[in-house]
Design a protein around this ligand. Structure first.
Ligand SMILES: [Ca+2]
Ligand SMILES: [Ca+2]
Length: 387
């Protein structure tokens, strides 16, 4: 693949420049994707793309409900919709409850059809200012209205609305809800364990309490909800069949990242002083060990966002890959990683490069992929299936 090679050249040039300048010691050898043999391109199957619903504006997330229903969030309108048989119905207009600014508004949603519970991550105004938070509701048996709102977890930092995150994922194996947050464009947030920004959090999906076994539960000055830290703006979370958790985040002017998350892991984003975006996305010169990205875009970035693992033999050579949506790149990348998390192939089907900016990708129960476009007007949800 070309991008990691560019990334390697960039890393080498920066390392050499730093050595010449005598500013830093040489970092340990990189173990990221760029060091490895170029992964091969897989041949993509023929893909069928069908519009599920149109007439949306900045839809952020799409999730499956029961009985063929899809739940869709729109960021700026702060509107939750149910789509069934091609018809959209407003489940809730949250515009009086959601703070909308820049990249922040009504963001990711999670759905548990069995308990008729819906979670949403969104901006909110409080007496103390603005924040990003997770609220949950009960849904009535016909999926027509929400009730019983409960704050699950809040106090994620928000500034202008830039880098507001925020991605939700219900753990397959426990009562945990994983929450990927943005750094709110404040340089000290990602590395501060006392901030919920620039993190992946692991919280109890109903109570919002820290889950047992969280890595910083007993550390002084640390928030016990923190699972991993040192992230810039987590836009995607996906759980592989082996239970491992993966994040997708936006790079600065380089290096969008896909990361394999390990509890307590430091993902190396520390843009200080101020908000110094010239620092590397994974800065090995920081104290301790930083986790290298499993995949990075190099330069230019493509603004990777949502991601889902591809399941089902109908996908042929793409079965078992991680499908990653790209906004700026207007594409879906299918990344294959081996059991150890090493990148082995990258596929970018041309059919999925004609939809414009793509925010989210969700795996439907039948194996199809659901995509949300993010072109601002006339947005839609599409269903992608192999022919
Ligand atoms: Ca990183
Ligand atoms: Ca280090």
């Amino acid at each position: 693949m070309r991008q990691p090679l560019r990334s390697t050249r960039w890393s080498l040039s920066v390392a050499l420049a730093a050595l010449v300048a005598g500013l830093v010691t040489l970092p340990p050898p990189a173990t990221g994707a760029g060091e490895r043999a170029a992964p091969r391109d897989e041949r993509a199957p023929q893909l069928r793309v069908r519009t599920v619903v149109r007439g949306l504006q900045h839809p952020w997330d799409v999730q499956q409900g029961p009985g063929g229903r899809l739940l869709v969030s729109e960021r700026d309108r702060a509107r939750l919709s149910v789509v069934r048989k091609g018809k959209r119905r407003t489940l809730a207009d949250l515009s009086t409850q959601v703070w909308v600014s820049g990249e922040t508004g009504l963001l990711s949603i999670a759905v548990d059809a069995g308990s008729r519970t819906l979670w949403a991550c969104h901006g909110a105004s409080t007496r103390r200012g603005t924040e990003v938070r997770v609220t949950r509701w009960r849904v009535d048996p016909r999926w027509r209205r929400l009730s019983q709102p409960r704050l699950v977890v809040g106090d994620f930092p928000a500034t202008s609305g830039r880098h507001g995150g925020c991605r939700l994922l219900l753990d397959r194996d426990s009562d945990a809800l994983f929450v990927g947050t943005g750094d709110a464009a404040v340089g000290t947030n990602p590395r501060s364990l006392d901030s919920l920004g620039g993190k992946v959090l692991r919280v109890h999906r109903r109570t919002g309490a820290p889950m047992p076994g969280n890595p910083f539960a007993d550390a002084s000055g640390a928030r016990p909800l923190v699972w991993t830290y040192g992230h810039r703006n987590v836009q995607g979370l996906a759980q592989r069949d082996d239970g491992t958790l993966w994040s997708v985040e936006h790079g600065s002017d380089r290096d969008d990242e896909v990361n394999l998350l390990v509890p307590g892991g430091d993902y190396g984003w520390n843009p200080v002083p101020g908000y110094d975006e010239t620092v590397p996305m994974t800065d090995q010169s920081l104290p301790g060990q930083q986790q290298e990205a499993a995949w990075s875009s190099g330069t230019p970035t493509i603004a990777t966002s949502g991601a889902a693992w591809v399941r089902g033999s109908q996908w042929g050579p793409l079965e078992g890959t991680l499908a990653v949506a790209a906004l700026k790149g207007s594409a879906v990348l299918f990344l294959r990683f081996d059991a150890a998390g090493r990148l082995t192939s990258v596929t970018r089907p041309p059919r999925l490069q004609r939809l414009g900016r793509l925010r989210s990708v969700t795996a439907a129960r039948d194996g199809d992929l659901l995509l949300t476009t993010d072109n601002g007007a006339r947005d839609r949800v599409v269903r992608v299936s192999p022919r």
